[in-house]
Every structure is written in C-alpha cells, then in structure tokens.
Design a protein around this ligand. Structure first.
Ligand SMILES: [Zn+2]
Length: 98
C-alpha cells in the first residue's frame, strides 16, 4: 500500500520515543486516528490488592497500516500531534479473524 502520510513513523518524519503501550482498538471511524483501550493493573497499598483499570488513548494511524476494531496493537509515544493525540500505532500484533 502506498504511504503518503507525513506523520508515518516508517515513511514520514515522525519519531517514536518514550514508552510503548499495548492496547485493543475500539474505534477506527476517524481518518488516520484510532482509539485504543489500554488495560493495566495498579497496586492499592491500603487494601494490598491489585486493581484492574483501563484507559482510552487516541493514537495516530499511518496510511500504510490496516487497523480494524478488535486488533491488538502497540502504540509508541510521539510528540503531541493534536489536542488528544500523542501516540502513534507502530505495530499490529494480532488481527481479529472475521
Ligand atoms: Zn507509512
């Protein structure tokens, strides 16, 4: 697939730095943006237990990656691309079989 996206981490000028997060795609309605749900656990010292939490993160989707709802992806930190976007999809781990 041809890639004309200047914000592509592979073909454009976008640099990935900082940490990388794994998540599940919950929305791909927007052009070049996907919403990722990230599940994680935190420790609560008062009750000595782990809590399951999740957060939604907007990430940039370059033209050369095909991302569908339900896919597991890895997103990497970038500079702030818009008000809510500061991550970009860098890898699709697992395609949903439909
Ligand atoms: Zn590309």
């Amino acid at each position: 697939m041809e890639c004309n996206d200047p914000r592509c981490p592979f073909h454009g000028s976008l640099k990935i730095h900082g940490y990388q997060i794994e998540g599940i795609v919950v929305s791909n309605k927007q052009k070049r943006t996907v919403i990722i749900r990230h599940e994680y656990t935190t420790f609560l010292p008062k009750y000595l237990r782990f809590l399951r939490k999740n957060s939604k993160i907007a990430a940039h989707k370059p033209d050369c990656l095909d991302v569908k709802i339900g896919d597991h992806v890895i997103i990497g930190g970038t500079r702030r691309l818009s008000k809510t976007k500061s991550f970009a999809v860098i890898k699709v781990l697992q395609k949903e079989n439909t």
